[in-house]
Design a binder for this molecule. Structure first.
Ligand SMILES: Nc1ncnc2c1ncn2[C@@H]1O[C@H](COP(=O)(O)OP(=O)(O)OP(=O)(O)O)[C@@H](O)[C@H]1O
Length: 312
């Protein structure tokens, strides 16, 4: 069952359309990612879902309710991540938890929440003195305090070090395992690939693609990457004629001109399985060996670049 349904959403600021006919549905129990370049309209879209912005067109439903007209009821089922500026630096962790608990008719037991989020020993610490990771954990606790069915997390791990980011990923997985649906806005491909069941890629206000991470990768033109250092140079014309070739990147000790792979130059070729087969045949035909040969699937990064337009 869809807990969030967005249909033909439009939003303009000062006559400039920044969200243009966006539609997607988030199923109960999934982690749904919203991914896209800066200024693509991600935050505007999720703020319409949260009822913080009034759409200019289309409909948004959360648990069947209109987030603007039924704002109070929607806040009972949807937990939002606070922005840093929304908490006073002098407030202690416990005070923040008690304050936010008081806003809900059936709040979660905050002591259990802080235990789960590993914040018990920080209860008397002031918000302003918490580390970045601790602040994010507190934001997750506050988003969950009303026992929501769905939480919206917008760039939760931006600014965290790699360990704190991984810890936060684990928490998000635990939140989902406890039955809460997660709408996650992120810039991090690795984060989206690891956490999300499905992803809407938003580009210039429109949904450019909507699929599972694996589905997005396989749809991207560059779905396989082969890299190697040839034992002898290859003819650039023969490389350019490879089937379903997307790109050839050359790196190493040469200036990137002339025969490809001269003097230890490394080649990184993006294409499909057919491209890889043809590279292997080409090497065999010329009796050239491929040193440090690596073949791998393209990543969500590659798919993202294929799916979103380059900045003009
Ligand atoms: N209140 C506002 N008034 C005018 N323009 C706005 C307002 N809020 C956002 N915008 C503009 O709308 C566009 C979309 O912004 P939005 O914050 O939704 O994008 P985003 O995808 O979340 O970007 P980022 O990844 O940089 O956070 C941007 O060009 C932004 O400058």
């Amino acid at each position: 069952m869809a807990i969030i349904e967005v249909t033909g959403l439009r939003k303009a600021y000062g006559g400039r359309t920044v969200v243009d006919e966006v539609s997607f549905a988030v199923q109960e129990g999934e982690i749904f990612g919203v991914l896209g370049p800066n200024g693509a309209g991600k935050t505007t879209t999720v703020e319409c879902v949260e009822g913080l912005r009034v759409p200019d067109g289309g409909t948004v439903r959360v648990g069947g309710l209109d987030p603007v007209a039924d704002h109070d009821r929607v806040t009972q089922i949807l937990g939002s991540q606070l922005q840093e500026s929304e908490l006073q630096a002098k407030l202690t962790v416990q005070e923040a938890l008690e304050l936010y608990s008081a806003c809900y008719p059936r709040p979660a037991d905050w002591r259990r929440l802080v235990e789960r989020l590993n914040l018990t020993d920080r209860l008397s610490a002031r918000f302003g003195k918490l580390s970045g990771g601790q602040k994010q954990r507190l934001f997750i606790a506050l988003a969950l305090i009303g026992n929501p069915r769905v939480v919206v997390l917008d760039e939760l791990t931006t600014g965290l070090d790699p360990r704190a980011r991984r810890d936060t990923w684990q928490l998000i997985e635990e939140v989902r395992a406890s039955g809460v649906t997660v709408l996650l806005v992120t810039h991090f491909m690795e984060e989206a690939q690891r956490l999300c069941d499905r992803i809407a890629v938003i580009d210039r206000g429109r949904v450019a693609a909507l699929d599972t991470p694996a589905g997005l990768i396989s749809k991207a033109a560059r779905s396989v990457v082969i890299s190697f250092t040839p034992s002898a140079p290859l003819d650039p014309a023969e490389l350019a004629a490879l089937p379903q070739l997307q790109s050839v990147e050359r790196s190493g000790r040469t200036d990137g001109r002339g025969a490809a792979g001269a003097a230890g130059e490394r080649l990184v070729i993006h294409g499909t399985d057919a491209t890889v087969d043809a590279v292997i045949s080409l090497l065999a035909r010329h009796r050239i060996t491929a040193r440090q040969l690596r073949v791998g699937d393209a990543t969500l990064d590659d798919a993202f670049l294929d799916l979103t337009a380059q900045e003009a």
